[in-house]
Every structure is written in structure tokens, then in C-alpha cells.
Design a protein around this ligand. Structure first.
Ligand code: SF4
Length: 365
């Protein structure tokens, strides 16, 4: 047992030297790597959760123009924060970022904490994001285990099994920690991320170009295509969703705020509902309006349909122009009017934004 641990340590030491040597010439340029401002690094790491670097880049710049520091973020209304996040998806990240900024301004002098433990205590920050922030912003010698690191480490040490099971994950954390040399936490974290992003790719690892190929256990045993095991692809469900378009004389459109703890939480959307099996679109809409708004409405005509794929399902959103015939549309609270030109501070889900654009195009014809 002792010998095997020493072997692992020798191997990890060799790998970390080779990895850092490779990183010195292969590091990917990114705006958030040009700063040591912990606030900016924190924002970037939250945006990078489940989102690609190329997608994040323009959002990162715009977000920091609007909220250049922790205090400006904490002081902003949540609608303004969600608007800046609109289109980036996984909106709980924006809500948690905003909540965390409020906590840090109140209790931590508006400073990003330095330790993994303190970072993990904030909303929206798990162990790997905490490690990445601590390592990149403060140079802490701590491991990370984001999706790239998970794959790279599993392959380097030929760790078989589901990397998301807690037993395998524990092993991966241990191996990831072995790669961190004293004083090299920042570069190690970034190097592992980059190797996973450009060389040790999920489906076709480029082992011939890899600086670690001579010590990679998966490559040496021909297991690089089966570690980590491929997950069976789940069928992505499709739903027909009906939306009521209430339009004022000045062109403003009636919207409702989605519950803050649900999917697309806190965003503004047309009153809508999912069509049940066997229901017509019109019946589904009348039912939804009764249930959600307690109004009766005449459906005047369909204004169009838009399709959108979210991460776990796809929808076709059918928009119907409506007029109330019994009861008034609720005012205030979780309802609002999107001005006719469609801008303003309200953040909409992508499908609803597409429907707004469709309505405006129709008006212009
Ligand atoms: S040798 Fe291949 S499988 Fe191993 S770390 Fe490099 S790219 Fe990944």
C-alpha cells in the first residue's frame, strides 16, 4: 500500500512538472486571466459553470461594465442583474451571484473570501468552483475537479467507474490534489482546465499531441476512449407550450415573473402553460389563463410559434393574441408590461424573447 502511494506521488510529480511546462506555451488567452481582481475571477468562474469559454467572453465584458465591483452588483435590483445575464442560461447562477454579493458586502467588507471553506459557504459555489477561485485569485495550493479536470485526472490515473459517484469522486479529488505542487496552485488549475479543453477532449482525446502521454495510464492501457464511461444519452422531451399575448394600445406586452426558485426563475415571460395530452392548443391556453390569472379571455388569433431547445427539454411556444372578457389582468407584484420597442430592464427566457421578436416583425409588415 505504502509503495503504491509513493508510486502515485512520483508519477503525479512528473505529470505536474510536464503539465506546467506545457502550459507556459499553450495557455489560452482569456480576459479573466489578465486580472488578479478576485471579484472578476469569481464572476468568470460562476459564468464558466456549464458554459463554454467562447460563450462566456462577451457576457463577461458586458457584465463587468455594468457591475465593475462587488458593491455595484450587490446594490443592483435583481431584474437588472438577470437582464445582464439574459441568454447565458442557468439563471440560478445570476441569482446566487447577486445573493452572495449582498452577503459579502454586509459581512465581509465586500471582499471575496480567500479560503475554499468560506467560498463554499456562499450560494452557488461548490467545492470545485471554490477551489478554482481560491487557486486562481489567491494562488492557493488546492485542487479543482470541474468537468475538464474530472476527465483528465480519471484518464491520467485510469480511474474507472462513474466519475460522479461519490466513491470515484473521492479518488479523483485525491489524485487531483497530488498534481498541485507547492506554490503552483493557480497555474496547475488553469493548466488542467486547458489540457481538458484542447487536448484531452471528451470524445476524441488527442493523445499524440499530449505532453503527458508517456505517463498516462489510460493511454498506456488503451482505455482513453472508455474512461470516463460514456453516459447513455437520454431522449430530450418536447413540449407544446401555449402563451397568451395581451397587447396594450401603445404596443406594450403583458408579462409575468416566473417563480424565483424554479427553472428560468425570476425571468419575465408571457402567461403560458404546457398543453396536456389530448388538449387542443386553445383549450390549453384557456385553462392556463383560468389557473394562472383567473381571467377569461377571447383568443383572437395565433401570432406564431417559435421553437427553442433548453438544456433538458425542447419546446414549441405557440403565441396567441388574446383579449380579456372577464376579470382584469393583475397589476403590480409579479406582473409587468414590456414596452412596445421590447427593450427595458426585463430579462426574458430565450423562447419568449423570440416570440417578442416575431410579434414586432409582424407589426412592421
Ligand atoms: S494521453 Fe490522451 S488520455 Fe491521457 S491525458 Fe493525454 S490526451 Fe488525455
Amino acid at each position: 500500500m505504502k509503495r503504491s502511494t509513493e508510486e502515485y506521488q512520483r508519477k503525479a510529480a512528473w505529470i505536474s512538472v510536464a503539465l506546467l511546462r506545457w502550459f507556459r506555451t499553450a495557455a489560452r488567452p482569456m480576459a479573466w486571466r489578465e486580472t488578479r481582481d478576485p471579484y472578476r475571477i469569481w464572476v468568470s468562474e460562476i459564468m464558466l459553470q456549464q458554459t463554454r469559454v467562447e460563450t462566456v467572453a462577451p457576457y463577461y465584458d458586458r457584465f463587468l461594465l455594468k457591475f465593475p465591483d462587488m458593491r455595484s452588483l450587490a446594490a443592483a435590483p435583481i431584474d437588472v442583474v438577470l437582464k445582464a445575464w439574459e441568454g447565458l442560461g442557468y439563471y440560478s447562477r445570476a441569482r446566487n451571484l447577486h445573493r452572495a454579493a449582498g452577503i459579502l458586502v454586509s459581512c465581509h467588507g465586500a471582499k471575496v473570501p480567500r479560503t475554499v471553506e468560506e467560498l463554499e459557504a456562499l450560494p452557488g459555489i461548490g467545492r470545485s468552483t471554490a477551489g478554482a477561485i481560491a487557486a486562481i485569485a489567491f494562488g492557493a495550493d488546492v485542487p479543482i475537479l470541474d468537468s475538464n479536470a474530472r476527465r483528465v485526472v480519471a484518464r491520467l490515473f485510469a480511474v474507472e467507474g462513474d466519475p460522479r459517484s461519490s466513491a470515484v469522486e473521492n479518488v479523483l479529488w485525491g489524485q487531483s490534489a497530488r498534481l498541485v505542487r507547492k506554490g503552483k496552485g493557480r497555474d496547475t488549475a488553469l493548466a488542467v482546465m486547458d489540457l481538458g479543453a484542447v487536448v484531452c477532449l471528451p470524445n476524441a482525446p488527442r493523445c499524440r499531441e499530449c505532453p503527458l502521454r508517456s505517463r498516462c495510464s489510460s493511454r498506456l492501457r488503451g482505455l482513453q476512449d472508455s474512461i470516463p464511461p460514456k453516459r447513455a444519452k437520454k431522449a430530450i422531451p418536447h413540449h407544446d407550450v401555449v402563451a397568451a399575448v395581451f397587447r396594450r394600445a401603445d404596443g406594450a406586452l403583458f408579462l409575468m415573473r416566473r417563480l424565483s426558485d424554479g427553472l428560468l426563475g425570476g425571468l419575465w415571460a408571457f402567461p403560458s402553460g404546457r398543453r396536456d395530452p389530448g388538449e387542443t392548443l386553445e383549450d390549453a391556453l384557456r385553462r392556463s389563463l383560468r389557473e394562472k390569472l383567473r381571467v377569461r379571455a377571447v383568443i383572437q388569433r395565433e401570432v406564431g410559434a417559435v421553437r427553442h431547445a433548453y438544456s433538458h427539454y425542447r419546446i414549441t411556444l405557440h403565441g396567441f393574441l388574446c383579449r380579456t372578457t372577464g376579470g382584469d389582468l393583475p397589476a403590480g407584484g409579479g406582473t409587468g408590461w414590456l414596452p412596445g420597442h421590447g427593450e427595458g430592464m426585463l430579462a426574458l427566457p430565450r423562447a419568449d424573447r423570440k416570440l417578442v421578436e416575431l410579434i414586432h416583425r409582424e407589426e412592421e409588415r
